[in-house]
Design a protein around this ligand. Structure first.
Ligand SMILES: NC(=O)c1ccc[n+]([C@@H]2O[C@H](COP(=O)([O-])OP(=O)(O)OC[C@H]3O[C@@H](n4cnc5c(N)ncnc54)[C@H](OP(=O)(O)O)[C@@H]3O)[C@@H](O)[C@H]2O)c1
Length: 310
């Protein structure tokens, strides 16, 4: 560990108010030998300082001040359809600012943790291994592929994790699991595609996976997706079962019927042999992850209420 007290890991999370960032912040706060800090952008969060990642000087100053051991870049615009119609605006964050932050981390001797996506692939040859050639179908995927290359070009001290359909508790409630739960609770119909297949990543698994990779000195590109491949319709049914709704009310459709603005790969499952060989921390399949997520709902509501009340 190049920075500071060699017995302590200092993690700086850029984007600590998001889905992945919050899980890392919460989990690592209790991890022995770790000290964690983070930044927010639009959402205020106690103990977390505001930062616009597009302010390259402010990002560099923060990294130089904190001298972290690892810089987790979870700040991003992950809204695929928005990226499609706002390419220049989102590229400024997802590529330019991301690479400036990664360069600042490298300059300060920190390991960069960057999140890419299964959307770097076109879906024609799944399941994909880390070394398979990328061919994105949409602007978000192109931005991720470019940022992956940029991070790798800075040097070997990075962990680039391709994650897939990440789900868990989050304030924005954008992920597929919370969308299904919210629709069911509001009495609205659920439609889901049977021809879209992937292995979704449970956000709660990522902090331990990242920490183990970091502590064991592993670096480079990893697929960090869940243990189970399933189609969106089956996932919707599993979500409904896990949260106490009748899955027989879900409507099966083709992806084309959803008329999403950005093209998406139909079958984007990621092979996870490499990460499984290097890490003991699990990446659960959907059934186990959904049961865990449901059981954690009261704790997350309390946690989010406490944060909002500060
Ligand atoms: N979610 C998925 O299914 C998925 C799939 C594949 C890859 N990924 C990738 O995984 C990573 C984490 O995704 P996520 O779902 O956790 O994202 P998220 O929930 O949307 O969180 C994004 C974070 O970025 C911050 N942010 C936004 N604009 C910023 C700016 N200009 N400067 C600084 N911070 C800014 C947000 O802060 P505020 O909330 O305070 O505004 C928030 O903390 C991203 O790289 C994403 O592309 C996600």
């Amino acid at each position: 560990m190049p920075n500071g007290d060699r017995s302590e890991v200092r993690a700086l999370i850029l984007g600590a108010t998001g889905l992945v960032g919050r899980y890392c912040l919460r989990r690592w706060a209790g991890r022995a030998g770790w000290r964690v800090s983070g930044t927010s952008h639009r959402q205020p969060l106690a103990g977390v300082e505001p930062l616009d990642l597009q302010d390259a000087d402010a990002t560099r100053r923060l990294i130089e001040r904190d001298r972290p051991s690892l810089v987790v870049i979870s700040a991003s615009n992950p809204y695929v359809d928005y990226c499609e119609s706002h390419a220049e605006e989102t590229r400024a964050l997802n590529v330019t600012a991301t690479l400036q932050a990664a360069a600042a981390a490298q300059g300060a001797g920190a390991t960069t943790v960057f999140f890419s996506s299964d959307y770097v692939f076109d879906g024609k040859a799944a399941p994909y291994g880390e070394e398979d050639p990328v061919h994105p179908l949409n602007e978000y995927g192109r931005q991720k592929a470019e940022a992956e290359r940029g991070v790798a070009a800075l040097g070997p001290d990075h962990l680039t994790l391709r994650v897939s359909g990440v789900f868990g508790w989050e304030t924005s409630r954008k992920n597929f699991v919370l969308q299904v739960v919210d629709r069911c609770r509001a009495g609205k119909p659920v439609r889901a595609a049977t021809d879209v297949r992937y292995n979704p990543t449970y956000a709660a698994n990522l902090p331990d996976v990242i920490a183990e990779l970091y502590e064991s000195g592993r670096r480079g590109l990893y697929h960090a997706a869940g243990a189970e491949e399933l189609n969106r319709f089956d996932l919707a049914a599993a979500i409904m079962r896990a949260f106490g709704f009748d899955p027989s009310s879900a409507e099966a459709v083709d992806a084309a019927a959803l008329q999403q603005p950005a093209r998406r790969p139909l079958h984007s499952s990621l092979r996870t042999d490499k990460i499984r060989a290097h890490v003991r921390a699990p990446l659960w399949g959907a059934a186990k992850a959904l049961a865990h997520m449901k059981a954690e709902e009261p704790a997350w509501n309390t946690y989010l209420d406490q944060l909002a009340a500060r």
